[in-house]
Write a protein that binds this ligand. Structure first.
Ligand code: SAH
Length: 348
């Protein structure tokens, strides 16, 4: 974000038309410019060869294109997962992850600089919240990775640093731009938004006429336990969260996901698994188990492999569709927010 400049890459096509017509340009220029930014992924005006020089000069003067500076890049020797640390226009740092699967390439993006949700097991929240990202700053994480790694991205997950429902408008704008057929044209079904359970946000998203996958970070089966590990649970109960997820499913027809990070001795008993099955079953939800990624500053240990398997088996026995999140990039500051945090620590 550069002060006072027009954030042109966050504009939809109609907004771009209005902006250019105010600058005395014909309407068709907007479609050209949109394609340069969102389809060709031009880094700046200097690459936009079919636009008039006067317009390019105007854009250079008036706009920011929000292409971040690559501050660090780590590539896992185990599975090829890549972590990118980007420096934004104002010097803030965000991290993004590129994962390759059989079905294509997926990028995990951050939606905020830092986070104010305070989940006890998460590294992203340790330094607090700094600011929201603009739609273009979220998009550019994917665009920059495409340029740097030379890979076409087919999937995106909003599961990096930040709470998407705490930056709702920019996240929805990001989804609309990323799925615009005149840009990268990702399928909405290939985008997953993960929330810690901000109920009004879930309900609002259900009414957006989008068909993205929605994941709820549940992590506990009783309100009492959930409040111990997720401060947001003070505001909304599990029942309220699940009602909102049901509403999302009813409105969009999209199967919802319940994420459940397994923390040894906290939420990993077979009894917890049975209760989780009782919550997921009626919702027809998919359950994604995440053996907790230990964070240095956090006192959370991973359950043993046997405990994870027993937990999964219990869910499967109750006919719940369950996956265990494959642990990618174990050797490269794997857990959410760890790469950024390491840089902040060394800079301080
Ligand atoms: N704010 C969003 C996105 C967070 S990151 C949300 O809360 O859903 C995506 C998932 O990773 C969330 O389910 C989050 O709770 C989980 N997570 C965060 N830190 C983790 C850790 N150290 N180990 C395992 N899962 C973690």
């Amino acid at each position: 974000m550069t002060e006072n400049r027009t954030d042109i890459k966050s504009m939809t096509l109609p907004e771009l038309e209005e902006y250019l017509s105010a600058a005395g340009e014909p309407k068709y220029r907007a479609a050209q410019l949109f394609r340069w930014m969102h389809a060709t992924l031009a880094a700046g005006p200097e690459e936009m060869t079919n636009l008039p020089k006067t317009l390019l000069a105007y854009l250079s003067e008036d706009c920011t294109f929000n292409v971040p500076h690559l501050a660090d890049r780590q590539i896992s020797k185990i599975d090829g997962t890549q972590k990118f640390l980007f420096e934004l226009g104002d010097g803030e740092l965000v991290e993004s992850v590129l994962m390759e699967y059989k079905f294509g390439c997926s990028v995990c993006v951050s939606s905020q600089v830092g986070c104010r949700m305070g989940c006890r097991f998460c590294a992203s929240t340790l330094n607090g919240w700094k600011r929201n990202l603009t739609a273009s700053e979220i998009l550019e994480q994917i665009y920059s990775i495409t340029r740097i790694a030379g890979k076409r991205i087919s999937h995106a997950v909003v599961m990096g640093t930040g709470e998407p429902m705490d930056n709702y408008d920019s996240v929805v704008r990001f989804i609309r731009l990323l799925t615009d057929p005149a840009g990268q044209g990702l399928s909405q079904r290939n985008i997953t938004v993960s929330t810690c359970g901000i109920v009004p946000g879930i309900r609002k998203l259900a009414e957006e006429d989008l068909s993205v996958t929605l994941a709820l970070s549940l992590h506990a089966v009783t309100d009492e336990k959930r409040r111990q590990i997720m401060p947001v649970a003070e505001k909304w109960t599990i029942a309220e969260c699940l009602d909102a997820m049901r509403y999302y499913f009813d409105r969009t027809g999209r199967q919802v996901t319940l994420e459940y990070s397994l923390i040894r001795g906290v939420n990993d008993s077979v009894r917890d698994a049975a209760a989780l099955a009782g919550l997921a079953g009626p919702l027809h939800a998919h359950v994604n188990l995440i053996p907790v990624n230990p964070v240095r500053e956090r006192d959370c240990a991973q359950p043993t492999g046997a405990a994870v398997n027993a937990f999964r088996a219990k869910l499967e026995k109750r006919k719940i569709n369950v996956t265990i999140r494959r642990e990618l990039g174990r050797d490269i500051d794997g857990a959410c927010g760890q790469l950024r945090r390491r840089h902040i620590d060394t800079d301080a």
